[in-house]
Design a protein around this ligand. Structure first.
Ligand SMILES: [Zn+2]
Length: 196
């Protein structure tokens, strides 16, 4: 092989190496784009999942006619509890109405529990579907429903009271919770509270 020929063959090999590396870079770029797109896809799907389980298709009536929110929901921010004299998260909304206000089922469902305890007073829980439940605490002990009752939106289940000893300083009111898969969730997502 002459000097010229070997130089030529060197350049041919050199060219192949360049082309090969170029292809590698291109392939990696394509893989990168595909991977990025599929990650985005997952995010989009996640959002869709969140949206489908979000409460857009369900909306409640107010459990108390002309009810006024006296303490709003807080997941982590601390709110002062003047009865227990402590700061705490309040995973519910407290709603006050006129004296002896009726408390209504916010949506049709089945009563799954009626119980009493010192801190929350008389508590009725209604199951609306597989994952959604509403909890009505601080009710007067004379509740109008029992376990197994089917209720319709607006059916009266009891009256407000000060039975929840953990919130009795706030006067007669309803301590209203929303459970989504047993997790206390912001009732504002379901209630149309207007300018509360
Ligand atoms: Zn409360």
């Amino acid at each position: 092989m002459s000097y010229k020929e070997s130089l030529k063959s060197f350049f041919i090999r050199f060219k192949r190496v360049i082309i090969a590396s170029g292809l590698c870079v291109l392939a990696m770029a394509i893989i990168g784009v595909v991977a990025y797109k599929s990650t985005n896809q997952v995010t989009i799907n996640k959002n869709e999942m969140v949206q489908t389980s979000a409460p857009t298709s369900v909306s409640f009536i107010m459990p108390i006619k002309d009810g006024e929110i006296i303490k709003d929901f807080s997941n982590t921010a601390l709110k002062y509890n003047s009865t227990l004299k402590q700061w705490e998260a309040h995973k519910a909304v407290d709603i006050k109405g006129a004296d002896n206000s009726d408390v209504m089922a916010v949506l049709s469902g089945e009563v799954v529990s009626v119980e009493s305890n010192y801190l929350k007073g008389t508590v009725v829980t209604i199951k609306h579907n597989k994952s959604l439940q509403t909890v009505y605490a601080s009710l007067d002990e004379n509740v109008k429903v029992k376990v197994g009752d089917k209720v319709k939106t607006g059916d009266v289940i009891g009256k407000v009271s000060t039975s929840a000893k953990s919130e009795s300083n706030d006067g007669a009111h309803l301590h209203f919770e929303v459970l989504v898969d047993n997790v206390k969730t912001d009732p504002n997502l379901y209630l149309n509270l207007g300018d509360k």
